[in-house]
Design a protein around this ligand. Structure first.
Ligand code: MN
Length: 324
């Protein structure tokens, strides 16, 4: 009994032991309910500092303390089989197009195993690689996925064919996944877009593809309940993929983020979590947290912990759908 108590004490200390995501065992996805994945990829977005590949290690370092029960849902998600499957290998890390294909190959195997991936990037280009595998895949039962996408930016750029040489870049995935039929934009939500854009028509590609767009200004005007109700209606009955760009949060909540938008207040943590809970009870095929810049984090590692907190909500919503 005393030994059990001691082990439990030590396992909750983030600084003790060998870091894995939420202290999950490092194992393959076969037979697992949820596969936690690191995607240490930075070359899909060179428009700010390029340290987003350090995100997975930052969350592994902090998340042992976040291996908790979900008080709001009244469940212990860790009673399901949750594994840390490691990182996507990037032997040509400076070649974005090669990396995106590596991601797709890695997630094609996860999809075949039936485990649902919850990932930490990496820049936002990783979502393109992941959904190239999950869209119309096994977990999605052959259907295109629907996005629940929280972000300060649309990531549906169509007017430039590359960003600093990256074609399937952090700005392009919302467009090319729709072109490929991997996502149904008309049954997807983009929420939280804000800040002063480079061009006045920046939302037009999202509208042209049929995405359901809720800018931050719309959200403030309409209120949370109305937007959550719309999201539930749009996503109902669909395989849902949640993609969470940390820049949707206010910089005071998550300072270590690329492409930070300081001019307009972002979501606070409760607002963001309430929005992703719009997918609660739906067929969530996976989710990701992207654009963490650990080299800019504060000494308390708050952004790494916020990233972990968002992953915990995704894990808990998926776990809730899995029988114990
Ligand atoms: Mn983004």
């Amino acid at each position: 009994m005393a030994e059990e108590h001691d082990a439990s004490m030590m396992n909750n200390l983030y600084w003790w032991g060998i870091p894995t995501f939420f202290r999950a065992p490092n194992d393959g996805p076969e037979g697992a309910d949820i596969a936690l994945v690191g995607v240490p990829h930075s070359t899909g977005n060179g428009t700010t500092e390029r340290d987003q590949h350090l995100g997975p290690r930052a969350v592994r370092n902090m998340s042992a303390v976040q291996r908790r029960v979900h008080g709001g849902f009244g469940i212990d998600p860790w009673t399901r089989k949750v594994v840390d499957v490691g990182d996507v290998p990037f032997p040509r890390a400076n070649d974005n197009e090669h990396c995106i294909q590596q991601i797709t190959d890695f997630y094609t195997k996860i999809d075949a195993s039936g485990a649902r991936p919850v990932s930490i990037g990496g820049d936002h280009s990783i979502t393109g690689g992941i959904v190239q595998a999950l869209g119309n895949g096994k977990i999605a039962r052959g259907e295109p996925i629907s996005f629940l996408h929280l972000d300060a930016h649309t990531d549906v750029f169509t007017k430039v064919d590359h960003f600093l040489g990256a074609e399937k870049s952090a700005a392009h995935w919302g467009a090319y996944l729709a072109d490929q039929g991997k996502v149904d934009p008309t049954r997807s939500m983009q929420i939280g877009l804000r800040g002063h854009p480079r061009t006045l028509d920046w939302l037009q590609p999202s509208y042209d593809y049929g995405y359901n767009v809720v800018t931050m200004a719309d959200y403030r005007r309409r209120g949370a309940a109305d937007v959550i109700a719309e999201a539930k209606e749009v996503l109902a009955g669909r395989p849902v993929y949640i993609t969470f760009d940390l820049d949707c949060l206010d910089p005071s909540v998550a300072p270590a983020v690329s492409n930070i938008e300081p001019g307009v207040k972002g979501f606070d943590i409760d607002e963001a979590i309430a929005l992703i809970h719009a997918a609660r009870g739906l067929n969530i095929v996976g989710g990701d947290v992207v654009c963490m810049m650990p080299t800019k984090d504060s000494p308390n590692n708050i952004t790494a912990m916020v990233g972990g907190a968002i992953m915990f909500e995704m894990i808990s919503m998926i776990a809730e759908n899995v029988p114990v």
